[in-house]
Design a protein around this ligand. Structure first.
Ligand SMILES: NC(=O)c1ccc[n+]([C@@H]2O[C@H](COP(=O)([O-])OP(=O)(O)OC[C@H]3O[C@@H](n4cnc5c(N)ncnc54)[C@H](OP(=O)(O)O)[C@@H]3O)[C@@H](O)[C@H]2O)c1
Length: 328
């Protein structure tokens, strides 16, 4: 049995707990929030006894073995390292950290303390992603990829009204690429590895973060174009185009409805897929299995994906002068 604590009380933490409830032997046993009112209310809602308003105190508790972190992006590293130092496994929301320096430090602390650090990148753990991967050989030489995650954010309305929602600020390491672009970017990296070159073309907001952007990854024989936006909407599918066919799917964050068009056919073949009401169940299953079986090879694979994704977003920000507050 594994018991986990949670940091953050937003809807994504509810979704994680909901997914965890359907996993075997994975028990929610501790809650953290900055204020006791919120912490108690959240604990009551999820029927949890151990309530904390102090991260250091929580890290010293023996009531859980693993922590799920869904704090604002800029706080992930400090929170994760605090728990890793106390021999807790960490499942940290995407984007794992603000930069590679933080990731290297956290991996080092995890190793020294004999625990695991995972990035909760939900799309690449799903059976639908596996289905795409398993069918890649059917499309021949890949020649182009167009992936996107473009979702108008209600927080943009607040931003336009003069508020500063965390995700639209450099203080909290926000912006479209690190918030949404990382989903399609993780798909590209998990399928094809590190690209040879990267170029980013953002639309920057006055707060200093990117509201929208185009990221171009150059591979040896093809390019992958990634569009991300929190200030517009899209209704298009994602495509991986090869000489003998095209793989198509909806929503790079979820990977819905994967299908294959052969160059010789006008009708798509629907690929094996599962319905994904809450696809966080797949990452939980994967992380639990890696811990329980001490699968270092799979762990290293996931570490490499997180590392490559973070290196690329850092390089994209370097090219375009998007500097997070903690880096100034
Ligand atoms: N995997 C996914 O599908 C998915 C979806 C959404 C979000 N996420 C990720 O989950 C994380 C949280 O996202 P979110 O939208 O919930 O973020 P958020 O609203 O900025 O804050 C998350 C939590 O942090 C605490 N918090 C808020 N403002 C804070 C501040 N100024 N200082 C310290 N703590 C603060 C709040 O918890 P308390 O008030 O209880 O302390 C809040 O519940 C992000 O990393 C995001 O990228 C992932």
């Amino acid at each position: 049995m594994m018991r986990f604590g949670t940091i953050g009380t937003g809807w994504i933490t509810d979704a994680f707990i909901d997914a965890a409830n359907s996993a075997e032997n994975f028990i929610h046993s501790a809650v953290y929030s900055r204020t006791s009112d919120k912490a108690n209310a959240f604990a009551e809602k999820h029927n949890v006894k151990n309530v904390f308003t102090d991260i250091e105190q929580m890290a010293q508790s023996s009531e859980f073995d693993c922590v799920y972190i869904a704090s604002p992006n800029s706080m992930h590293a400090e929170h994760a390292i605090t728990f890793l130092k106390k021999q807790k496994h960490v499942i940290c929301e995407k984007p794992i950290f603000s930069n590679v320096k933080e990731l290297k430090e956290a991996h080092q602390v995890a190793e020294e303390n004999g625990v695991y650090l995972f990035e909760a990148m939900r799309n690449i753990h799903s059976p639908n992603f596996k289905s795409l991967k398993d069918n890649l050989d059917k499309i021949g030489n890949v020649r182009s990829m167009s992936l996107h995650l473009i979702q108008y954010s209600s927080r943009y309305d607040k931003y336009l009204q003069g508020e500063n929602p965390n995700i639209f600020t450099t203080e909290f390491s926000g912006g479209a690429l690190v918030d949404l672009g990382v989903y399609p970017l993780s798909v590209a990296i998990a399928l094809f590895g590190e690209p040879e070159d990267v170029s980013y073309f953002p639309i920057k907001l006055r707060s200093g973060v990117d509201g929208n952007g185009t990221l171009v990854l150059t591979y040896t024989n093809f390019t992958c174009t990634i569009l991300c936006s929190k200030i517009s909407s899209s209704y298009n599918a994602c495509e991986i185009q090869g000489e003998r066919g095209t793989l198509i799917f909806d929503d790079a964050g979820v990977i819905n409805n994967p299908r294959l068009f052969k160059t010789t056919s006008k009708e798509p073949v629907t690929l094996e897929s599962v319905s994904q009401d809450n696809n966080m169940v797949f990452e939980i299953d994967q992380f639990k299995r890696i811990i329980e079986t001490e699968n270092k090879q799979k762990y290293q694979e996931l570490k490499n994906i997180s590392y490559n994704v973070l290196s690329i977003t850092e390089e994209a920000r370097r090219q375009t002068g998007i500097v997070f507050a903690s880096e100034r």
